[in-house]
Structure formats: structure tokens, C-alpha cells
Ligand binder design. Sequence first.
Ligand SMILES: NC(=O)c1ccc[n+]([C@@H]2O[C@H](COP(=O)([O-])OP(=O)(O)OC[C@H]3O[C@@H](n4cnc5c(N)ncnc54)[C@H](O)[C@@H]3O)[C@@H](O)[C@H]2O)c1
Length: 340
Amino acid sequence: MTNNRFDYSPMQGKNVLITGGLGFIGSNIAQRCVELGANVTILDACIEPYGWNFANISEVEQSVEFIKGDVRDRSLLKELIANKDVVFHMAAQVGREISIESPELDVEVNCTGTINVLEACRRNANGVKVVFAGSRGQIGEPITLPVDESHPQNPTDVYGINKMAAEQYLFLYNKIYDFPVVSLRLNNVYGPRCQMHAGFYGILNWFMANAMTGKPITVYGEGSQTRDYVYITDVVDAFLRTALSENANGQIYFVGSGVETVFLDMVKEIVRAVGKGEIKHVPFPKLRDKIDIKRFVVSYQKINADVGWEPQYDLRTGIDETVRFYSERLGDYLAKREVE
Ligand SMILES: NC(=O)c1ccc[n+]([C@@H]2O[C@H](COP(=O)([O-])OP(=O)(O)OC[C@H]3O[C@@H](n4cnc5c(N)ncnc54)[C@H](O)[C@@H]3O)[C@@H](O)[C@H]2O)c1
């Protein structure tokens, strides 16, 4: 770990809205914003099979305002955004296969939901800043590695297409209406507060739960594909730095570890950290085979240059921290574990 200093104190007293704030990334942002003295409102529709979990905010529930509501509800958003300084827009349909099976749902939540956030911002015209969770899924199979912000976008699923469109709406509104926006294109995020009830996303945490509960870890094919795994604390740090930095306004950043990790090596790290786990290789399901990406790793040079961000956790340290968290809190996360 290196010590890259940043002054987070301006977060104190800020009025913050986190859409999807009961989920994995949103709840970790909420936790940190409360620690920094921000006034946090969480909007979450509590939709299955996504990562919402009241256990995610158990430490801060007395300090946050929770609104059960949907980003598809434009009038609710207008009301909620009225007095906000920052919106962390995390709410999303997050399943790649779901996006192909239910493209209309993905359009409604990921595209129209984002337009609703932007419409509420421009109608309130109070200079609120929107920090958006984009995705590596916007890129598809890379042409060159490491992927940076100039890499063309060629998504292999409906989710990636709608994240790409949502990001473009973000910058269109920025250009026309002048309120500040930032898009963070996230890689494979893992760590505490990720759901463990479904394996269709957040695969690292899902495998960890399987290892901890004595269920096989099912790896498609040889597990030779590569990914860029980034630890949640680092991701939260990227959201806060870009929210607080004026020179991040109007910018797109990749947020990743910069380390290309073979999928099977990630699995072996989990087995090491948990101390047990049976790895089982099975053929790729047909749809997954068609949309799977073979290699992925990003450069974080741009976000490093602009806001001084760099990852503080390597994969081994991050996995050890994650195992430590779930060793104490597994029950909170297995409760919803019937969906696959
Ligand atoms: N976790 C990752 O590896 C990763 C990678 C790339 C991008 N992202 C993006 O980061 C964001 C957060 O993802 P996450 O991993 O925390 O997922 P998550 O499922 O844990 O959180 C998403 C939250 O959004 C809520 N939600 C879903 N639809 C909603 C709606 N219509 N209205 C209001 N709330 C709704 C869900 O209930 C859930 O609590 C998403 O936008 C996702 O696309 C995540």
C-alpha cells in the first residue's frame, strides 16, 4: 500500500443522494460519506435479484435517510435532487444475461433511469454534480491492452450498450445544461457488502461464499480468461476524489487495479484465503460463451494524473480483507441465497 494523500474534508456537510445506495458499491459510498460528515440520502427500489441489503447500512442506518423508490419515477427524483450537492448514481440493472433476456427492463432502468436523474438535475438547476457508475462492459473485447479512455466502445451485451448510452446522455446534459458530471468506468469490483445470493455478477464474492459454505466453485472452461479486479475501498476512494475535484468535471475515467489476473488464479486466491474450496470445471453455458470477454485490464493513468488516485489494495490483501468481513457477517449475506 502507498499513502496517496487527499483532502476529503470538503465532504463534510454536503447533501448527497446515492441511488442504489443499499447495494454493494452505493452502501460502501454511504458509509464513507457518513464518516466524513455528509448528509446522506439513499434511494433504492429493493428489486430482486440485485444486491440491496439492509445489513449493508447497519452501521450507519441512524445517520442516513432511506427512501424506498425507483429511478424510473421521475417526479420522485425531482423532489429528492432539489437540495443535493452530489448524486452518486449507482442504481442499475446489473445482470449481463438479464439484459439480453429482458432488454426493455435494461433500457428502462439503465437508460431512462439515468435520463430521469439528469432531467431532475437540470430542472432543479442548482449545480448538483452527478457521478455515474459506468462499466468495463462498454468496451467489449479489447483491441489493445491495457484499455484506456480512448479505446473504442463495442459492447457484447445490452447492459454494455445501455451503460454506454447512459454515459453519453450524461455528457450531453453536461454540455447543454452546464452541471458537472463524471463517469467512472468500473472493472470487476469485489469486497465487503457485495451480495452473495447470486452468481450472475460479483462472481468473486459468490465463489467466496461457496468456498465458505462447502459448495463447489464452478469455473466455466479452463478459467484462462483475464480480468482486472479492484477492491471496493479503492473504488469508493475514486468516487469521492472525483466528486470533490473540479478538474474531474466532464471527465471519463477507468477505475481498475491495472493488473491483469487470470480468472483461475483469482479462484485459487479465494481457496487459499478461505482455507478450503473445491474447484469444478464445467463447459461454458451457450449464452455466456457468446458474450464472454477473453482478456481485460485497464490503465488508471488518467485518474491518477487528475486526482492522484491509485489502488491501495492488491488482490491478495483485498481477498484477505473480504474473507475477514464475511467470516463475521456471512449470515447477513446468505439469507437471500436462493436465487442463482
Ligand atoms: N460491482 C461491479 O463489479 C461493477 C462493475 C461495473 C459497474 N458497476 C456499476 O456500479 C453500480 C452499482 O453496482 P453494484 O455492484 O453495487 O450492484 P448492486 O446490485 O449491489 O447495487 C445496485 C442497487 O441498485 C438498486 N436498484 C436496481 N434497480 C433500481 C431502480 N430501478 N431504482 C432504484 N434502485 C434500483 C438495487 O436494489 C441495488 O441495491 C451499478 O450501476 C453497476 O452497473 C458495478
